[in-house]
Design a protein around this ligand. Sequence first.
Ligand code: FAD
Length: 500
Amino acid sequence: MSTSGPNPPGKPQVRSLNCPGCGAALTLRSLSQAVTVVCDHCHSILDAQDPRLTILQKFTAAVDEDPPLIPLGTRGKIRGTDYEAVGFQRRTIHVDGIPYSWHEYVLFNPYKGFRYLTEYNGHWNDTSILRSLPTVNNDVSPATVSYLGETYKHFQTAKAGTSFVLGEFPWQVRVGESSDVSDYVSPPRVISSERTGKEVTWSMGEYISGRDIWKAFGLQGEPPERIGVYENQPSPLSAETTAIWVAFGGFMVVLFVMMILFWSFARSEQVVEGNYANRMVHKISRRGKGFSVLAGDTEYQTEFIIFAAPTFLASYLVEGMAPLHDFEYSPWLTANLTLEQFPDSYGTDPTWDNVFMESPTLGYVDATHQSVRSHVERTVWTFYWALADGLPSENRQLLLNKDWNYWKEAILHDLERVHHDIRKCVSRIDIMRMGHAMARPKVGAIFSAERRNLAKAHGRILFANSDLSGFSIFEEAQYRGVNAADRVLSQVARAQGPTH
Ligand SMILES: Cc1cc2nc3c(=O)[nH]c(=O)nc-3n(C[C@H](O)[C@H](O)[C@H](O)COP(=O)(O)OP(=O)(O)OC[C@H]3O[C@@H](n4cnc5c(N)ncnc54)[C@H](O)[C@@H]3O)c2cc1C
């Protein structure tokens, strides 16, 4: 925040009125500038430009009341100018059916007009309406806008609805109205366009810490804790990037010199022999009748390979093997929720597998549901979500793009259908993203020649993952593994000839 700009008169100017709906006293702080004002008693939205204060809309907020963190009427200094919080609204977007809400505060100064503060999960932006239009470039991916010599990259577009309002607004606000909002970012700034019908409003937000706002408005207590990383949040490391790269470069040089020394002095000999688990194989190539298997920095020689990893990986690992086309996998997300106490449940007792009706998820497993302990202090539920609707590649991208905070919200929102107080009970959520979690039997998979050839292969490389059965269950995994081992043993027995 800077300290330039004129200051308004020390005393706030207000006009007192009465709500025509319920008679309650109303305060008009932005005077003739307000277009609508909301009665916080009966939730009537009133025409502030009309001396009779005509009721434009009434909305129900009894169960949806959302008190502003900056109480209306509070004054604070932003960039050297005093502003008064005069309005507050909650806006909501739905992504994959899940609502995400943020808050917008309308600030007013009689000389400077309106300015806005937005808050989402403890991330704040100081926002003003742009006075000139930015240049949009939709011919690049992602699309960009340019403004005052700076380029902003498209981050997201969503339909934002207004779900709660309080105080005064310099426009015709309505609960339930929606507009298309697009964000373009260049941290610490974000440029947003907001389209309602044919009208487009452009604004620019600058990331600001909750602490600065608390200080500016003299608010009690602490600002809400930041959750996750926000779209235009500047990286705390950006200033140190050069130093990090220099240190990294130095480290790589030392590592390279050490490697050369090791290679020069190392003897060429077999180092290990036996059964070595937990090593990632990164290359399998033919060597005479057998194979060379590279795992970590070790090369193994084998006569047979039982390839029990997911079959689609084979073309990445087995030298010369063509990519496979008939294997399709759904991405999954699992999460362990640590609960400090049991949440309330709507008419259900704990069970092993808890699947909610009409939920896109598979619910959760409570492994202690049969415990005879009379008191459980802490427990862990495992939540399952198969992203099975739509294209696997798009779902994998979604799984990758969205951060912990997004998935945390989605999970808790789903659980709230049955456990309304779940947020109070959860102390930790560990999320695992699995890009190729389970094979899915797409049409034709069972009769696919590719799948059947790999399943019955009789050479020295045998395939044994459960996905060869078209879908993933433990029984198929066990069957395929035993079957492949039997085929290897019979080949070995045949090669050795009769033993008696
Ligand atoms: C979230 C989830 C829940 C499930 N729930 C159930 C259930 O309730 N009931 C049921 O029957 N089935 C369930 N399944 C399916 C079941 O887990 C699988 O069918 C089964 O594990 C498949 O066994 P597999 O041995 O064929 O393959 P995997 O279990 O996939 O084993 C393959 C192994 O290969 C390893 N590997 C991969 N690449 C390499 C490499 N380059 N080098 C070395 N090792 C490598 C992997 O680390 C893995 O250990 C579930 C699966 C998921 C993902």
